[in-house]
Design a protein around this ligand. Structure first.
Ligand code: NAD
Length: 266
């Protein structure tokens, strides 16, 4: 299977290049970076700390999609939008790990998913996808007297907050309780906030150091508290999840899928 990697000089991009080179069953079709990026013209594998592979980092998205069976995108929301449009033009599988997506980005992704298999997940790790299921079951089983708070911590360079994974956890527990996260979610607290509204789903965000990604879903009830925690110790878990998603798209009909589909957890 030929894999294209957009944003191939980024933190996740470099890890994905290494994962494809080590996979044994996949070949690297190529990689792109945004116009003006200092890595353009350099060797893709060398940018990932490996021996040169003879493929040069380019910016021609259409050429990359034409050469790939599936393209993996861990870039920025606007980059993802352009890549979703290219996936639709070329009817190629697209794996999206980018977070911070808005409605406009999601609508371009839906257009691509009408003609190609698209896997989109805020977190590609097996552990977080298990956590999503556990949190949803706990939210459904525990009454509304158990307040839900979602705490996340990431490295100092992360640009969006709360993390896409924290929001996905919020969506999962809101759905389990039959409420809408847009109205129940409390993303920040500052100053004289008043008492906690009944049924609120609170978020707290920490940033610092090189933390790969920690998430806790807390159910604080009368006299007891349940905390479900996942800690990612290496970005490898996201890269191997993305490769599993790419393999899973082979021969798959068009549609918008999640990691729970890929992992058979639905
Ligand atoms: P990063 O900034 O290190 O890498 C992003 C790369 O994309 C950069 O090299 C940037 O130049 C490139 N890029 C931006 N726009 C582009 C475009 N239009 N075309 C080609 N390349 C473009 O960031 P990162 O830590 O690798 O994270 C990237 C994204 O992936 C973030 O949204 C992050 O939250 C998300 N992420 C998701 C998961 C998951 O499991 N789903 C895991 C880790 C990170």
């Amino acid at each position: 299977m030929r894999i294209g990697i957009v944003g191939c000089a980024g933190q996740m991009g470099r890890m994905l290049v290494e994962a494809v080179l080590d996979s044994g069953d996949m070949t690297l079709a190529g990689g792109t970076e945004r116009p003006g990026h200092p890595s353009l013209g350099g060797d893709i594998a060398r940018a990932a700390g490996r021996n040169a592979c003879g493929l040069t980092i380019g910016s021609d998205v259409d050429a990359l999609f034409a050469e790939s069976d599936a393209v993996i995108d861990f870039t920025t929301p606007d980059g993802t939008l352009a890549h979703a449009e290219a996936a639709a033009r070329h009817r190629r599988a697209l794996i999206i790990g980018t977070t911070g997506l808005s409605e406009a980005h999601r609508s371009a992704i839906a257009t691509a998913a009408a003609v190609a298999p698209v896997v989109q997940a805020a977190n590609m790790s097996l552990g977080v996808n298990i956590l999503l299921g556990l949190a949803s079951r706990a939210a459904a089983a525990l009454g509304s007297e158990y307040d839900i708070e979602i705490l996340e911590m990431h490295h100092r360079r992360k640009v969006d907050a709360p993390s896409g994974t924290a929001l996905a956890l919020g969506e999962a527990v809101a759905a389990a309780r039959g409420v809408d996260l847009a109205s129940a979610g409390v993303r920040t607290r500052d100053g004289h906030t008043g008492a906690r509204p009944d049924g609120a789903i609170g978020f707290a965000t920490l940033r610092g150091g090189d933390v790969v990604g920690d998430h806790t879903v807390m159910f604080a009830g009368p006299g007891e508290r349940i905390e479900l925690t996942h800690r990612a110790q290496s970005r490898h878990v996201f890269a191997s999840g993305a490769l599993a998603a790419a393999r899973w798209t082979e021969g798959r009909p068009p549609g918008l899928y999640g990691m729970r589909d890929v992992l058979g957890l639905t």
